[in-house]
Design a binder for this molecule. Structure first.
Ligand code: S3P
Length: 449
């Protein structure tokens, strides 16, 4: 029996550190767990609920800080959203084109999805003025990727550095349709333009270089929008003006959160975990394919469809991982899981190469630089590439002080690395996890045996 495998210490300066201490006897991970609701779907359910006609009911909403930011922004523009909970949230929509001008700045906090998707809606609200901002991280992330196509549609947006950085000011306009060829595979860009296109007369099309997550398309169709996808060209067209009607949305567990346990269950010896009710939308399952390529033992059980999204229970057992190459069209399908895949690679035999992932440099942190620095501090051999990492696996890790750089996925990835590091690891600013996974520490404690 092991004792105090993980303790959470809250320092006097109110910075939250997570301390993971190896037990004397071997650690194993066991149990059946659930992960919180999918972050991408939670944002979209709140947004579409707010702009639809009638009531939307959301079951299984993620109670992380990011969806809270979305809820607050849309409440400030007139949508009635009941207190957020996982059971049932009621959203009383105000109808497409009816968002009210807020009397204060809209704050998207740490959430790129909130800010970028919302911009598409704001830009098309004639005669209304909006200011949008976010936290330190979000104010340094590129917004030109959505501002440029919106400007091509006729939007009026101003901000720092040629309108590429928040805070941004938006003077709503009636927009015109475009066919936008996005240089990046980004669901935030695609969704922003589709949302802007909802009120526009005619066909608005987005073509992307590889398919990004399609939750917006699925949910917009369910709410009544006229959307046509062309898988051959990775294009999607919305014909406006749309009429959206409130729906019941059931949010599956987030595969991006499940990924931490899939890697933990694979690398910690003598482990077996079942993660129930995980969304397995094919635009999100790159992590399952990459881990399988690395020799992970993962089974999908009880596959079903829930409210238009495929769902399964995932069973993972420890296995000996080996290296692989992760590059090309799979990247957008596992982009958020690369930090935790880097941890898997550190414990895999051989040299793993991750390429075509330059987008990681403009996430909540520069995830290439930060993961390389932090894992190397623990003794790993990770080399930064301009668009990825080269990871020589198999070197044992030693616990030390590491830092999340206030990035939720870095905080949790380092916690999983610490499970296989000798001694004690202190993860500074680990509270960042609450952006997408407030119960992370509790679940970790629960499965450590
Ligand atoms: C998201 C899209 C992705 C992803 C982010 C959530 C979404 O971002 O990394 O966590 O919900 O649309 P990009 O669109 O920038 O790739």
């Amino acid at each position: 029996m092991s004792t105090s495998v993980i303790t959470v210490q809250i320092k006097e300066n109110s910075s939250h550190n997570l301390i993971i201490q190896q037990p004397i006897s071997g650690l194993s991970l066991r149990g059946s767990i659930r992960v919180p609701g999918d972050k991408s779907i939670s944002h979209r359910a709140l947004m579409l609920g707010a702009i639809a006609q009638g009531e939307t009911q959301i079951q299984g909403l993620l109670l992380g800080e990011d969806p809270r930011s979305t809820a607050q922004c849309f409440q400030a523009m007139g949508a009635e959203i009941s207190e957020l909970n996982t059971e049932l949230v009621h959203v009383k929509g105000i109808g497409l084109g009816n968002l009210q001008e807020p009397s204060n700045v809209l704050d998207a906090g740490n959430s790129g999805t909130t800010l970028r998707l919302m911009l598409g809606l704001l830009a098309s609200h004639s005669e209304r003025f909006f200011c949008v901002t976010g936290d330190n991280s979000l104010r340094s992330r590129p917004m030109s990727r959505v501002v440029n196509p919106l400007q091509q549609m006729g939007a009026q947006i101003w901000g720092r550095k040629g309108s590429s950085l928040a805070p941004l000011a938006v003077q709503g306009q009636s927009l015109k349709p475009i066919h936008y060829h996005s240089p990046i595979a980004s669901a935030q860009v695609k969704s922003c333009i589709l949302l802007a296109g909802l009120t526009v007369e005619g066909k608005t099309t987005v073509t992307e270089p590889a398919l990004s997550r399609d939750h917006s398309e699925r949910m917009l169709r369910a709410f009544g929008a006229n959307l046509v996808s062309d898988p051959e060209t990775n294009s999607v067209t919305v014909t406006g003006p749309a009429y959206l009607v409130g729906q019941k949305v059931i949010v599956p567990g987030d595969i991006s959160s499940a990924a931490f346990w899939l890697v933990a269950g694979s690398i910690v010896p003598d482990s077996e975990l079942v993660i129930e009710n995980v969304g397995i939308n094919p635009t999100r399952t790159g992590v399952l394919e990459a881990l399988t390529m690395m020799g992970a033992d993962i089974q999908q059980e009880n596959q079903r469809e829930v409210a238009g999204e495929p769902v399964a229970d995932l069973r993972v057992r420890s296995s000996r991982l080996h290296s692989c190459t992760i590059a090309g069209a799979i990247i957008p399908r596992l982009i958020d899981e690369i930090p935790i895949l880097a941890v898997a690679a550190v414990f895999a035999q051989g040299t793993t190469i991750i390429r075509d992932a330059e987008e990681l440099r403009v996430k909540e942190s520069d995830r290439i630089a930060v993961m390389a620095q932090q894992l190397n501090q623990m003794g790993a051999q990770v080399r930064e590439l301009p668009d990825g990492m080269e990871i020589i696996g198999g070197t044992p890790l030693t616990g030390t002080d590491v830092d999340s750089h206030t990035d939720h996925r870095i905080a949790m990835s380092l916690a999983i690395a610490a499970l296989n590091a000798s001694g004690t690891t202190t993860i500074h600013r680990a509270e960042a996890a609450s952006v997408s996974y407030p119960e992370f520490n509790t679940t970790l404690q629960h499965i450590c045996k």
